[in-house]
Design a protein around this ligand. Structure first.
Ligand code: SF4
Length: 664
């Protein structure tokens, strides 16, 4: 049976092209193909298991209505007509009695497909006048920093890392997420490139690195400022570049000036000599590239930390050569305007920051939420302060719809449950924030059970609520055309995509400050943007120490098993909290015991793994775990604060401070 083709729309920078094996109408295997050059014929182990996700026992097969207590997962099968009528009736009632803002759509990242998020769904919620969701759980502060400094200039192409003489992986673990960066790094290293990894965990790349800095979580800002200050003190600033291409350098360097290497080393708890070595390597190497990840943003100083990291290539003049500069998100590379498919302008209704969804769902929130519509997401497994969200989901006066592919932890609290198609069962348009491709894919198999696509369901609700209008783009082709028509370069992209059912367009790999320049109004780097300076408490680059009565930092990084919480149902093995041997010995804990991890927000009961994978003072429980992974159904999200980053409204997962003790 010949393989057919598709494209992975999951929340990953690589945007792989896929080869899909189908037998008797069922998907039997997925692998990478070569159409996206970055895919290079291989994909991650997560998506290789996609058939298990599609046909596993957790897959939702038909609509259902709650039959029992919230959270217990009892449901009664109903027809699509009954389910949609119930939802439409409730949406209309709540809107008429409480106003549209009492309706909250909630979801993020379950699919990065352009047709599955921010298309007909946005049309429905905009026309209802629903509350707007700030999708800030990831990349919001780093996105604000990249926008403020560089106007989101396109980054160094991941393939071009092989040309670098120094690669810095800062707060990113490509071995777990974005695996296609690993081969270019390896090729560069075979040619003699140095590798520096900055991460509190001994990641696979950290184990091989020439230098691994394992700072205390939340101290990336002092480190970056100290490097800036060292560059200034050691004649390693590229003043000609700064004069020609930047503004705000003097202010940045003035704010970095108090940060000596020794002071930063003390706060970050890394050896001073290692920090000096990093500064020397960075100052002396060319091409030098920083892969700036999302680990550094997940704390109260996260926006300023990312801004300071992104400032370093400008200060040291690392641009102008292939393989030199930085990579953050490349989301502007293709400049698509997905919301053009909504065919409805943005409203000015209240904005709910998804990192504070629990606060919004509280009974005394103003205005209260009466309808929660969850899709493309599993808030209980992905958002901070999960126990507050759970309390909201248990509210008897909250009507909750969950539209998902599988029975998630959040789905158990639904009043109405709707089965969603996967990307192999519906049309999709996939762009990327890493690879420079855009791909159009078609269904390769019929939907499992009665699953329906987002387009289909949100379109049906628009019809029932009499919110549909003549001329609304509705079919996949109409929606794709609407997105491309509203996008810079859309005509060229549409032409390329028209050549086949699955096509892709590639933009030339840029060389920063040769073929690609800041997209700021004056095409200069703004090293101290006024809007970020006024947004950050104490000003941009101001470091705020976190004081807590709980002694251990809890980090919850991406794992090789899940994409955020997607595929969490497939891993039946219990999770383990990883703790450094020194911290375990200090508490009389040994490998394999069951511990209680707790703070003021909640507690998690889980087995312990004693391992120097984590640095002293840090414990680790992976991101995206489902309730079944721990002994009491709580996860790291139950312990994560819902305070926000210094700007950008981002999540502060790594500000979780906890204590660990033997579960008595
Ligand atoms: S999750 Fe990433 S690496 Fe895995 S198949 Fe999708 S795009 Fe490729």
């Amino acid at each position: 049976m010949p393989a057919t083709t598709s494209a992975c729309p999951l929340d990953c920078p690589d945007a792989c092209s896929l080869s899909v094996q189908v037998e008797d109408g069922r998907v039997t295997a997925l692998d990478g193909d070569q159409r996206n050059p970055l895919t290079a014929g291989f994909i991650c182990g997560k998506v290789r298991r996609f058939a298990e996700h599609m046909y596993g026992t957790d897959r939702l097969l038909h609509p259902a209505i709650r039959d029992g207590a919230k959270g217990e997962g009892g449901f009664r099968r109903v027809t699509w007509d009954e389910a949609l009528e119930r939802i439409a009736t409730e949406l209309a009632r709540v809107r008429s009695q409480h106003g549209g803002e009492a309706i909250l759509p909630l979801g993020y990242g379950g699919s990065n497909g352009v047709l599955t998020q921010d298309s007909v769904d946005a049309r429905l919620f905009r026309r209802l006048g629903a509350s707007r969701l700030a999708r800030t759980v990831c990349a919001a502060p780093s996105g604000a920093a990249a926008l403020g400094l560089y106007g989101k200039m396109a980054g160094v192409a991941l393939e071009d890392y092989e040309h670098a003489a120094l690669i810095v992986c800062w707060g990113v673990n490509p071995s777990a997420s974005g695996i296609h960066l690993v081969p270019p790094i390896n090729r560069a290293r075979e040619r003699g490139a140095k590798l520096v990894v900055i991460d509190p965990l001994r990641t696979p790349l950290a184990k091989q690195a020439d230098l691994h800095l394992a700072p205390r979580p939340g101290t990336d800002l002092p480190i970056a400022l100290a490097i800036a200050n060292w560059l200034a003190a050691h004649g390693a600033i590229d003043h000609a570049f700064l004069r020609a291409h930047t503004r705000g350098a003097e202010e940045l360097l003035a704010r970095a000036e108090p940060w000596s290497i020794s002071r930063a080393a003390e706060i970050a708890d890394v050896p001073q000599s290692a920090l000096e070595r990093f500064a020397e390597l960075f100052g002396a190497s060319s091409p030098a590239v920083i892969r700036c990840g999302w680990g550094g943003e997940r704390n109260r100083n996260g926006g300023s930390a990312t801004a300071a990291i992104l400032a370093l290539p400008a200060l040291a003049g690392k641009f102008g050569v292939r393989g030199g500069g930085y990579t953050m998100s490349n989301s502007r590379m293709l400049a698509l305007e997905p919301l053009r498919a909504a065919a409805e302008p943005e409203t000015n209704t209240r904005v709910v920051n998804m990192n504070q969804a629990g606060r919004a769902l509280a009974a005394d929130a103003s205005p209260p939420v009466h309808v929660l519509f969850v899709y493309n997401g599993n808030p209980l497994a992905t958002l901070p302060n999960a126990e507050l969200i759970r309390r909201g989901l248990l509210r008897p006066d909250l009507f909750t719809v969950v539209f998902d592919q599988v029975m998630t932890d959040t789905a158990r609290y639904a009043d109405v449950l709707l089965p969603a198609t996967t990307f192999l069962e519906h049309d999709e348009l996939r762009t990327s924030y890493g690879a420079q491709v855009i791909q159009r894919s078609r269904p390769v198999v019929s939907p499992v059970g009665e699953a329906r696509s987002n387009l289909d369901v949100f379109g049906a609700l628009c019809e029932r609520l009499q919110l549909a209008r003549p001329g609304d783009p509705s079919t996949p082709d109409e929606l794709v055309a609407a997105v491309l028509a509203g996008s810079h370069d859309g005509e060229r992209l549409a032409g390329m995509l028209a050549e086949g059912d699955v096509a892709f367009a590639t933009i030339e790999r840029p060389i920063q400050f040769v073929s690609e320049f800041p997209r700021t109004p004056d095409r200069k780097v703004d090293l101290c943007p006024a809007e970020l300076d006024s947004a950050a408490p104490g000003g941009l680059y101001h470091y705020r120490e976190l004081v807590s009565r709980f002694p251990l930092s809890l980090v919850s990084p991406a794992s090789r098993k899940t994409i955020s919480s997607t595929f969490g149902q497939l891993d039946r093995r219990p999770a383990r909290l990883v703790m450094h041997p020194g911290d375990a010995a200090a508490r009389g804990l040994v490998d394999g015991v069951v511990v209680r991890v707790w703070n003021e927000l909640g507690e998690v009961h889980v087995s312990l793994s004693v391992d120097d994978l984590v640095r002293p003072g840090v414990v680790m429980l992976p991101k995206g775990l489902w309730a079944r992974a721990t002994k009491n159904g709580a996860t790291a999200n139950s312990l994560s604060p819902d305070e926000l980053t210094d700007f950008g409204g981002g999540a502060t997962f790594n500000d979780a401070r906890v204590e660990v003790e033997l579960l008595g």
